[in-house]
Design a binder for this molecule. Structure first.
Ligand code: NAD
Length: 362
């Protein structure tokens, strides 16, 4: 099939630096950018220079055209829902940035509109295409550290944000902005779209807005799998890994550029029989359980594609979306899955009501 004719809404960090970075790159052999809507004329001019596309300040100008195969909605988060709904109701296929919308009911409205108008509709959770994530899944499937008991995921850095992502009316905040990716990965690792049991905290530590910049949640699934997720804006060292995984036969540390794991085998280290009495050393003095574990340690290098270098993940996302639209390959991120993610957000927000202190200036 011919290249997809793409229209972008928003040419900021996402529209320009993530989607645009792929769309401008040699890896893009599948899309041509034909139109862009951007409130900011200077950013629109940059897009025109990049793509030679038509530019507008209002995305509704797209409705006058008949040459758009896909609209990428990289607008402000609070505009995702009304804009996506309008696009779908006009019969346009939509790739929407995360966070998709405020409530599961809104997500359902979008799903219904996509069905009614026979539109392709997906959400940009490109983190799932990271090499570290694929390799981690492969190793966990092989049970290299045994059965998984706990997964701790984090996004830690030092941040004092003062932009729209710190505002509740913009649907910003650490959960919807940062943890959205991690929570989506956790849902995939859990293999379930159910609403887990959740204990959570959300607080404002360093930012000037009214949305949380710190969030922590424990998510426990009905099969007993447990996950923790934290976004920590006070980690000045920022030397932690993305995932700490604990299993019955060892542990794993997942970084964007490497995976470390340490494990033992039952053959080399069989379990001791249960002893109902105190333990003794050979000389008769008190002893602690001597596991005598023979540890093995492995390091697997993976090629990083995070923070400002999203090219590879974006390319994989777009190529799969292209295959979905042209060959009927299953959709990688379904809106039903993301609806379940929004239900998790709502439960965390229910547990941590934050007062709205700002509204949009006139
Ligand atoms: N998937 C990812 O990894 C990722 C990374 C960054 C941002 N995002 C998401 O992308 C969205 C945009 O974030 P950003 O960092 O690019 O913000 P940004 O402030 O850098 O840029 C947003 C741009 O969109 C324009 N805009 C907003 N709404 C518009 C509308 N309705 N019509 C026309 N122009 C509009 C603004 O003028 C601005 O230039 C957010 O929802 C954010 O959560 C996703």
């Amino acid at each position: 099939m011919n290249k997809l004719r793409v229209a972008l809404i928003g040419y900021g960090r996402s529209g320009c630096d993530i989607h645009g970075a792929f769309l401008r790159s040699p890896a893009n052999d599948i899309c041509t950018v034909v139109a862009l809507a951007e409130y900011d004329p200077a950013r629109a001019a940059v897009a025109k220079e990049h793509f030679g596309c038509d530019t507008y300040s209002d995305y509704r100008e797209f409705f006058k055209r008949d040459d758009i195969d896909l609209v990428v909605n990289a607008s402000y988060s609070n505009e995702h829902f009304p804009v996506a709904l309008d696009l779908l109701n006009h019969g346009l296929n939509v790739l929407c940035e995360k966070p998709l919308c405020k409530t599961p009911e809104q997500a359902q409205q979008l799903i219904d509109a996509a069905k009614a108008h026979n539109c392709v509709f997906t959400i940009f959770h490109q983190y799932r295409y990271n090499d570290y994530y694929d390799k981690m899944l492969e190793l966990l499937d092989k049970k290299v550290i045994g059965d998984i008991k706990l997964v701790r995921a984090r996004q830690s850095f030092f941040a004092r944000r003062y932009d729209w992502q710190t505002l509740l009316y913009r649907e910003g905040g650490a959960m919807r902005n940062n943890a959205a990716h991690t929570i989506e990965q956790i849902m995939h690792l859990a293999g379930s779209d159910e609403l887990p049991k959740i204990y959570s905290r959300m607080e404002i530590w360093n930012s000037v807005g009214d949305a949380e910049d710190y969030m922590f949640a424990v998510m426990e699934y009905s099969d007993g799998k447990k996950f923790e997720v934290e976004v920590n804006p006070s980690d000045a060292y920022a030397d932690g890994c993305l995932f700490d995984i604990y299993g019955t036969h060892g542990a794993m540390k997942v970084y964007s550029s490497k995976i470390l794991y340490k494990y033992f085998t039952d053959e080399e280290c069989p379990m001791f029989p249960l002893d109902h009495k105190s333990l003794h050393k050979p000389d008769g003095s008190p002893a602690y359980c001597t596991n005598n574990i023979k540890w093995h340690e492995e390091t697997v290098a993976v090629s990083a594609d995070v923070m400002n270098a999203f090219g590879k993940c974006s390319s994989r996302f777009y190529h799969d979306l292209y295959a979905h639209m042209t060959e009927g390959k299953p959709l990688f991120i379904t809106p039903e899955h993301v609806k379940a993610q929004i239900a998790i957000f709502n439960e965390i927000e229910r547990q941590n009501p934050l007062p709205v202190r700002f509204s949009k200036p006139e």
